[in-house]
Design a binder for this molecule. Structure first.
Ligand SMILES: *[C@@H]1O[C@H](CO)[C@@H](O)[C@H](O)[C@H]1NC(C)=O
Length: 169
């Protein structure tokens, strides 16, 4: 009895010490994107990546972009509540148009649909458009944007997604 408890403890310790290797497909895929570290970090934070094919990895990226887009819209709406400067307010409202009407309601759903139906060309276009919209939002501010890191993160993720999707063409 005592020895089996001991054995279980030893097994428990060794199991927690096993390092699961980064999946080869994730590594190989991310090497062909413009941002290896962001790509690996993003894919490995979603359990679906461990048994996904390249199209599945692209879907994980698109879902991540969607979550970041929603977080960006939240931040914009907070800022709209506190910003007094009319130029900044106008730029923020323009960004809502870009992120809500374009990225969230058009680009990402069409990219996802295209991945599901096996038409990667349209998925590539959706993610490229989304990257351009994040960049346009950033350029809408004269001087410093209050949401630079949001815009940059969305844009970077879109470019990684687009590169993954190009592997499917
Ligand atoms: C942008 O990405 C960086 C690096 O992953 C992270 O540290 C930062 O918190 C992100 N910013 C936002 C606003 O999500």
């Amino acid at each position: 009895m005592r020895s089996s408890v001991f054995l279980l403890c030893v097994m428990g310790i060794s199991l927690t010490q096993i390092e699961f290797p980064t999946s080869d497909l994730v590594k190989q895929t991310c090497k062909r994107t413009p941002n290896y570290d962001l790509c690996v970090k993003t894919l490995l934070s979603d359990p679906r990546s461990s048994h996904a094919d390249v199209a599945g990895l692209a879907m994980v990226m698109v879902d991540t972009i969607k979550a970041k887009t929603i977080a960006t819209l939240h931040r914009i709406s907070e800022l709209l509540g506190t910003t007094r400067d009319p130029k900044t307010k106008a730029a923020l409202r323009g960004c809502v148009e870009l992120y809500d009407n374009a990225v969230l309601k058009a680009d990402l759903p069409s990219a996802m649909e295209a991945l599901k139906t096996g038409v990667p060309k349209f998925a590539e276009q959706g993610t490229n458009d989304a990257a351009n919209e994040a960049d346009s939002c950033e350029r809408a501010f004269s001087g410093v944007s209050p949401i630079t890191s949001f815009n940059r993160n969305v844009s970077d993720l879109c470019r990684v997604a687009s590169a993954i999707i190009r592997l499917l063409l």
